[in-house]
Design a protein around this ligand. Structure first.
Ligand code: PMP
Length: 284
Protein backbone atom coordinates (compact mmCIF):
# COMPACT_ATOMS: atom_id res chain seq x y z
CA UNK A 1 0.00 0.00 0.00
CA UNK A 2 1.33 3.40 -0.89
CA UNK A 3 1.96 6.06 1.74
CA UNK A 4 0.33 9.42 2.09
CA UNK A 5 3.04 12.08 2.04
CA UNK A 6 2.89 15.82 2.60
CA UNK A 7 4.13 18.28 -0.04
CA UNK A 8 3.66 22.03 0.30
CA UNK A 9 0.21 22.08 1.85
CA UNK A 10 -1.16 18.88 0.35
CA UNK A 11 -1.52 15.30 1.50
CA UNK A 12 -1.08 13.05 -1.54
CA UNK A 13 -0.29 9.43 -2.40
CA UNK A 14 3.49 9.12 -2.71
CA UNK A 15 3.22 8.41 -6.45
CA UNK A 16 1.42 11.72 -6.93
CA UNK A 17 3.88 13.86 -4.95
CA UNK A 18 5.66 16.45 -7.07
CA UNK A 19 8.43 18.94 -6.56
CA UNK A 20 9.95 21.34 -9.10
CA UNK A 21 13.16 20.40 -10.94
CA UNK A 22 14.26 23.94 -10.00
CA UNK A 23 13.85 23.28 -6.31
CA UNK A 24 17.17 24.25 -4.71
CA UNK A 25 17.03 21.14 -2.58
CA UNK A 26 17.35 19.16 -5.80
CA UNK A 27 19.95 21.43 -7.46
CA UNK A 28 22.16 22.44 -4.50
CA UNK A 29 21.12 20.29 -1.49
CA UNK A 30 19.99 23.72 -0.26
CA UNK A 31 17.80 22.32 2.45
CA UNK A 32 17.64 21.06 6.00
CA UNK A 33 15.87 18.11 7.55
CA UNK A 34 14.85 16.40 10.76
CA UNK A 35 13.90 12.86 11.69
CA UNK A 36 11.68 12.25 14.71
CA UNK A 37 11.03 8.75 15.95
CA UNK A 38 7.54 7.42 16.62
CA UNK A 39 6.59 4.91 19.30
CA UNK A 40 3.00 3.74 19.80
CA UNK A 41 1.88 6.33 17.25
CA UNK A 42 3.47 9.20 19.24
CA UNK A 43 6.43 11.46 18.47
CA UNK A 44 9.50 11.15 20.71
CA UNK A 45 11.57 14.21 21.71
CA UNK A 46 9.94 16.19 18.91
CA UNK A 47 10.43 19.59 20.53
CA UNK A 48 14.20 19.05 20.46
CA UNK A 49 14.06 18.27 16.75
CA UNK A 50 11.96 21.37 16.02
CA UNK A 51 14.38 23.54 17.99
CA UNK A 52 17.35 22.16 16.07
CA UNK A 53 15.45 22.66 12.79
CA UNK A 54 15.04 26.36 13.64
CA UNK A 55 18.76 26.65 14.27
CA UNK A 56 19.68 24.89 11.00
CA UNK A 57 17.31 27.22 9.11
CA UNK A 58 18.70 30.31 10.77
CA UNK A 59 22.34 29.33 10.01
CA UNK A 60 21.35 29.21 6.32
CA UNK A 61 19.19 32.36 6.41
CA UNK A 62 16.19 30.26 5.42
CA UNK A 63 12.61 30.75 6.55
CA UNK A 64 10.24 28.03 7.69
CA UNK A 65 7.11 28.06 5.49
CA UNK A 66 4.90 27.10 8.46
CA UNK A 67 4.98 27.45 12.26
CA UNK A 68 6.23 24.80 14.71
CA UNK A 69 2.63 24.07 15.69
CA UNK A 70 1.70 23.52 12.05
CA UNK A 71 4.67 21.19 11.57
CA UNK A 72 3.54 19.20 14.56
CA UNK A 73 -0.01 19.05 13.20
CA UNK A 74 1.26 17.73 9.87
CA UNK A 75 3.48 15.17 11.60
CA UNK A 76 0.52 13.95 13.65
CA UNK A 77 -1.76 13.89 10.60
CA UNK A 78 0.77 11.78 8.66
CA UNK A 79 1.11 9.33 11.54
CA UNK A 80 -2.67 8.96 11.54
CA UNK A 81 -3.18 8.82 7.77
CA UNK A 82 -0.50 6.14 7.47
CA UNK A 83 -1.53 4.33 10.63
CA UNK A 84 2.08 4.46 11.80
CA UNK A 85 2.70 2.73 15.10
CA UNK A 86 6.50 2.61 15.20
CA UNK A 87 9.08 4.24 12.97
CA UNK A 88 9.81 7.81 12.04
CA UNK A 89 8.56 11.01 10.50
CA UNK A 90 10.99 12.69 8.10
CA UNK A 91 10.67 16.39 7.33
CA UNK A 92 12.63 18.53 4.92
CA UNK A 93 12.60 22.23 4.21
CA UNK A 94 14.36 23.46 1.08
CA UNK A 95 14.84 27.05 -0.02
CA UNK A 96 12.33 26.57 -2.80
CA UNK A 97 12.28 26.75 -6.59
CA UNK A 98 14.07 29.50 -8.54
CA UNK A 99 16.15 29.74 -11.70
CA UNK A 100 19.54 28.19 -11.00
CA UNK A 101 21.92 30.66 -9.37
CA UNK A 102 24.34 30.17 -6.47
CA UNK A 103 23.06 33.28 -4.68
CA UNK A 104 19.99 32.74 -2.54
CA UNK A 105 16.92 33.98 -4.46
CA UNK A 106 14.72 36.63 -2.86
CA UNK A 107 11.00 36.22 -2.30
CA UNK A 108 10.88 32.47 -2.90
CA UNK A 109 8.65 30.33 -0.73
CA UNK A 110 10.51 27.41 0.89
CA UNK A 111 9.27 23.86 0.19
CA UNK A 112 8.16 21.54 2.94
CA UNK A 113 8.07 17.80 2.34
CA UNK A 114 7.23 15.22 4.98
CA UNK A 115 6.77 11.45 5.00
CA UNK A 116 6.68 8.50 7.38
CA UNK A 117 8.70 5.31 7.48
CA UNK A 118 7.70 2.22 9.40
CA UNK A 119 10.52 0.58 11.39
CA UNK A 120 10.98 -1.65 14.43
CA UNK A 121 12.82 0.77 16.65
CA UNK A 122 12.48 -0.98 20.00
CA UNK A 123 12.66 -4.62 18.86
CA UNK A 124 15.53 -3.96 16.51
CA UNK A 125 17.40 -7.31 16.33
CA UNK A 126 20.73 -5.47 16.01
CA UNK A 127 20.33 -4.24 19.58
CA UNK A 128 20.90 -7.83 20.76
CA UNK A 129 24.04 -8.49 18.71
CA UNK A 130 25.42 -4.97 18.34
CA UNK A 131 26.67 -3.52 15.08
CA UNK A 132 30.08 -3.51 13.43
CA UNK A 133 31.73 -0.30 12.28
CA UNK A 134 34.78 0.56 10.26
CA UNK A 135 36.67 3.84 10.52
CA UNK A 136 37.21 6.10 7.52
CA UNK A 137 38.32 9.65 6.80
CA UNK A 138 35.71 12.31 7.54
CA UNK A 139 35.46 14.03 4.17
CA UNK A 140 32.35 16.10 4.98
CA UNK A 141 32.15 19.90 4.89
CA UNK A 142 33.03 21.93 7.98
CA UNK A 143 29.52 22.84 9.20
CA UNK A 144 28.31 19.46 10.39
CA UNK A 145 26.32 21.21 13.11
CA UNK A 146 23.82 22.21 10.40
CA UNK A 147 21.53 19.31 9.52
CA UNK A 148 21.55 19.76 5.74
CA UNK A 149 20.38 17.31 3.10
CA UNK A 150 23.90 17.36 1.58
CA UNK A 151 24.64 13.80 2.68
CA UNK A 152 26.75 12.28 -0.08
CA UNK A 153 29.90 11.96 2.07
CA UNK A 154 28.09 9.91 4.74
CA UNK A 155 26.44 7.85 1.97
CA UNK A 156 29.94 7.06 0.66
CA UNK A 157 31.12 6.16 4.17
CA UNK A 158 28.13 3.86 4.60
CA UNK A 159 28.85 2.14 1.28
CA UNK A 160 32.50 1.69 2.24
CA UNK A 161 31.29 0.01 5.43
CA UNK A 162 28.92 -2.22 3.48
CA UNK A 163 31.57 -3.29 1.00
CA UNK A 164 33.81 -4.19 3.98
CA UNK A 165 30.98 -6.32 5.38
CA UNK A 166 30.33 -3.87 8.25
CA UNK A 167 27.16 -2.09 9.32
CA UNK A 168 28.34 1.50 9.57
CA UNK A 169 31.32 3.84 9.54
CA UNK A 170 32.84 6.07 12.21
CA UNK A 171 34.53 9.05 10.63
CA UNK A 172 38.01 10.27 11.56
CA UNK A 173 39.49 13.75 11.43
CA UNK A 174 43.07 14.45 12.57
CA UNK A 175 43.24 11.02 14.20
CA UNK A 176 40.08 11.48 16.25
CA UNK A 177 36.60 10.12 15.71
CA UNK A 178 34.02 12.76 14.95
CA UNK A 179 30.80 10.71 14.74
CA UNK A 180 29.05 7.92 12.86
CA UNK A 181 27.70 8.30 9.31
CA UNK A 182 24.27 9.19 10.75
CA UNK A 183 24.70 8.98 14.50
CA UNK A 184 26.82 10.14 17.43
CA UNK A 185 29.66 7.88 18.61
CA UNK A 186 30.56 6.91 22.19
CA UNK A 187 33.01 4.67 24.00
CA UNK A 188 33.09 3.53 27.60
CA UNK A 189 36.48 3.12 29.21
CA UNK A 190 37.46 0.26 31.53
CA UNK A 191 36.79 2.52 34.54
CA UNK A 192 33.19 3.11 33.38
CA UNK A 193 33.75 6.64 32.05
CA UNK A 194 31.62 7.48 29.02
CA UNK A 195 33.49 9.41 26.33
CA UNK A 196 31.88 11.23 23.40
CA UNK A 197 33.08 14.10 21.29
CA UNK A 198 32.17 17.59 22.52
CA UNK A 199 29.68 19.68 20.53
CA UNK A 200 31.03 22.05 17.89
CA UNK A 201 30.92 22.54 14.15
CA UNK A 202 32.63 19.12 13.68
CA UNK A 203 29.54 17.09 14.63
CA UNK A 204 25.77 17.26 14.72
CA UNK A 205 24.27 18.02 18.12
CA UNK A 206 22.20 14.84 18.37
CA UNK A 207 18.86 15.16 20.11
CA UNK A 208 19.29 11.58 21.33
CA UNK A 209 22.84 12.44 22.46
CA UNK A 210 21.46 15.13 24.74
CA UNK A 211 18.92 12.74 26.25
CA UNK A 212 21.50 9.96 26.67
CA UNK A 213 24.01 12.25 28.42
CA UNK A 214 21.29 13.45 30.79
CA UNK A 215 20.27 9.87 31.61
CA UNK A 216 23.92 8.83 32.04
CA UNK A 217 24.50 11.72 34.45
CA UNK A 218 21.41 10.70 36.42
CA UNK A 219 22.91 7.19 36.66
CA UNK A 220 26.10 8.82 38.07
CA UNK A 221 28.11 7.68 35.04
CA UNK A 222 31.19 9.86 34.63
CA UNK A 223 31.13 11.72 31.32
CA UNK A 224 34.02 13.15 29.30
CA UNK A 225 33.04 15.25 26.29
CA UNK A 226 36.23 15.28 24.25
CA UNK A 227 37.71 13.82 21.08
CA UNK A 228 38.78 10.16 21.30
CA UNK A 229 41.24 8.41 19.02
CA UNK A 230 40.75 5.32 16.90
CA UNK A 231 43.19 3.48 19.13
CA UNK A 232 41.20 4.42 22.23
CA UNK A 233 38.05 3.16 20.51
CA UNK A 234 39.70 -0.15 19.54
CA UNK A 235 40.67 -0.70 23.18
CA UNK A 236 37.43 0.51 24.77
CA UNK A 237 35.42 -1.61 27.21
CA UNK A 238 32.19 -0.75 25.38
CA UNK A 239 31.09 1.31 22.41
CA UNK A 240 27.77 2.49 21.07
CA UNK A 241 26.00 4.98 18.83
CA UNK A 242 22.90 7.10 19.30
CA UNK A 243 20.34 8.55 16.94
CA UNK A 244 16.61 9.19 16.78
CA UNK A 245 16.02 5.90 14.96
CA UNK A 246 18.72 3.69 16.55
CA UNK A 247 18.23 5.05 20.09
CA UNK A 248 21.23 3.58 21.91
CA UNK A 249 22.78 0.89 19.71
CA UNK A 250 25.75 -1.22 20.86
CA UNK A 251 28.87 -1.32 18.68
CA UNK A 252 30.61 -4.66 19.14
CA UNK A 253 33.41 -4.44 16.60
CA UNK A 254 35.49 -1.61 15.18
CA UNK A 255 37.68 -2.17 12.09
CA UNK A 256 37.18 -5.92 12.50
CA UNK A 257 38.48 -5.78 16.08
CA UNK A 258 36.10 -7.04 18.76
CA UNK A 259 35.22 -4.59 21.51
CA UNK A 260 35.95 -6.46 24.77
CA UNK A 261 34.24 -9.88 24.41
CA UNK A 262 32.38 -8.80 21.26
CA UNK A 263 29.00 -8.60 22.99
CA UNK A 264 26.92 -5.50 23.77
CA UNK A 265 28.33 -3.91 26.93
CA UNK A 266 26.56 -3.75 30.28
CA UNK A 267 26.35 0.05 30.58
CA UNK A 268 25.32 0.32 26.93
CA UNK A 269 22.45 -2.13 27.45
CA UNK A 270 21.41 -0.26 30.57
CA UNK A 271 21.42 3.11 28.77
CA UNK A 272 19.36 1.66 25.91
CA UNK A 273 16.85 0.25 28.38
CA UNK A 274 16.56 3.50 30.35
CA UNK A 275 16.30 5.55 27.16
CA UNK A 276 13.39 3.40 25.91
CA UNK A 277 11.63 3.47 29.29
CA UNK A 278 11.97 7.26 29.46
CA UNK A 279 10.72 7.68 25.88
CA UNK A 280 7.70 5.48 26.57
CA UNK A 281 6.94 7.36 29.79
CA UNK A 282 7.05 10.67 27.91
CA UNK A 283 4.12 9.63 25.70
CA UNK A 284 1.89 8.16 28.42
N1 PMP B 1 25.17 12.76 13.68
C1 PMP B 1 24.79 12.71 12.40
C2 PMP B 1 25.78 13.00 11.34
C3 PMP B 1 23.46 12.36 12.06
O1 PMP B 1 23.09 12.32 10.77
C4 PMP B 1 22.55 12.06 13.10
C5 PMP B 1 21.13 11.65 12.79
N2 PMP B 1 20.50 12.43 11.86
C6 PMP B 1 22.99 12.12 14.43
C7 PMP B 1 24.31 12.49 14.69
C8 PMP B 1 22.07 11.82 15.58
O2 PMP B 1 21.16 12.85 15.81
P1 PMP B 1 19.75 12.58 16.47
O3 PMP B 1 20.02 11.91 17.79
O4 PMP B 1 19.15 13.91 16.63
O5 PMP B 1 19.00 11.68 15.53
Amino acid sequence: MSRIVYVNGEYVAEEQAKISVFDRGFLFADGVYEVSSVLQGKLIDNQGHLTRLKRSLSELAMEAPVTDDQIQQIQTALIEKNNLQEGLVYLQITRGAADRDFAYPAGVKPSLVMFTQSKNVIDNPQALTGISVITTADIRWQRRDIKTTGLLAPCMAKMLAKSAGADDAWMIEDGFITEGSSNNAYIIKADGTLVTRQLGTEILAGITRKAVLKLAAEESIRIEERPFSVEEAHNAAEAFISSATAFVMPVTSIDGKKIADGKPGKLTRKLREIYIQTALKSIM
